[in-house]
Design a protein. Structure first.
Length: 345
């Protein structure tokens, strides 16, 4: 392939100030220098991206003061250059990853990323199908097997898991992993016929409606209560219901953002509360950053074995400002099923 990319500015999508997504200047097409990979970095030619709630939350709450800020925390592409200390990948490798929250995002033609948080792209998926998976897979895997302490492959480990917004990006990966790799019964929340159907395809056994009181609905399928709750949204407003639903010594995990809550509601049952943020390892440069490399490789293997499937449901076209504005609008509506992707420049 031609190497003119080394000296030619690259196309990217950025924002200069925090604006409502209906403003044509909320996201802009720009040209930026190609990033130079650091010692542990891969330089990836981005072929596809996926959009997550973190994209619009950063855009809404972090004004860059007129300097172009590139968003994006999901990508699949091809390695075109490597840093001097890279050991896990070579030029030409196809990869997928979620990037780091404190570095420039993936909405650019080329992107530099630490190899230790990158996995090999599933060979059976297109770049777009693969780009849908990293952030949500890492969140689901770390939440289930690290924060909640479940054991991968422990089919004899019985119990019940409730996952909220089971048709969403994270919820649909939690459901798949729990159904395939544990013996847990999976209850998922969904409210529309299309989200109920998608949640069931992703591995949910029982569906309850999150627009109706949860305790009565959950009691119909799990009379004794549930052992674990994976909360992807609404943890603050549902905390009292969760305290009622969970068994004594149960576990509640949250990934959503909220203010002060009455955590004392969990005390009488000795319920454990856990946070999960898949950016923690890269943000704090923890010694075990490479765990995400191994998790993504495991996800890729499970996809190629037919155990897991992509959660990509809608591709909005090429990677440009107009299409990304539409993607942000879709996610801000709160009615997304699976993952929204964009492919090519």
């Amino acid at each position: 392939m031609s190497e003119t990319w080394k000296t030619t500015p690259m196309p990217a999508v950025a924002y200069l100030k925090s604006l409502p997504i209906d403003d044509d200047e909320s996201l802009l097409d720009v040209e930026l220098p190609v990033p130079q990979p650091g010692p542990h970095d891969l330089l990836v030619q981005v072929e596809a991206i996926a959009v997550n709630p973190v994209d619009y939350k950063v855009r809404q709450g972090n004004d860059p003061g007129g300097e172009p800020k590139v968003l994006g925390w999901d990508a699949a592409g091809t390695v075109v250059a490597v840093g001097e200390q890279v050991e896990l990948f070579e030029v030409g490798d196809e990869v997928f990853y979620a990037g780091a929250i404190d570095r420039p995002g993936t909405n650019s033609r080329f992107h530099a990323v630490d190899e230790r948080i990158v996995g090999r792209k599933p060979s059976t998926l297109s770049f777009g199908e693969a780009a849908a998976l990293p952030l949500t897979s890492l969140t689901a895997w770390e939440g289930l097997f690290e924060r909640l302490g479940l054991r991968e492959g422990a089919s004899e480990e019985t119990g019940t898991l409730l996952v909220t917004a089971a048709a969403g990006g994270v919820g649909s990966m939690v459901a798949q992993l729990a159904r395939a790799l544990t013996g847990l019964t999976v209850i998922g929340t969904a409210s529309r016929p299309e989200t109920v159907e998608f949640a069931r395809r992703m591995g949910v056994t029982h569906v309850v409606d999150h627009h109706r009181p949860l305790p009565e609905q959950v009691a119909e399928v799990a009379p004794g209560g549930v052992d674990h709750i994976f909360g992807t949204a609404g943890t603050d407003r549902n905390l009292a219901a969760y305290a009622e639903i969970l068994k004594p010594f149960g576990q509640l995990l949250a990934i959503d953002d909220f203010g002060p809550v009455e955590i004392g509601l969990l005390k009488s049952k000795s319920i454990s509360f856990h946070w999960e943020l898949m950016f923690t390892r890269s943000l704090y440069r923890t010694p075990d950053q490479a765990a995400q490399h191994h998790i993504l490789n495991r996800i890729a293997a499970l996809v190629d074995e037919g155990v897991l499937r992509t959660t990509a449901t809608r591709d909005l076209g090429t990677i440009n400002a107009a299409h990304l504005r539409e993607a942000h609008r879709v996610l801000e509506s709160g009615a997304t099923i699976g993952k929204v992707t964009l492919t090519g420049f």
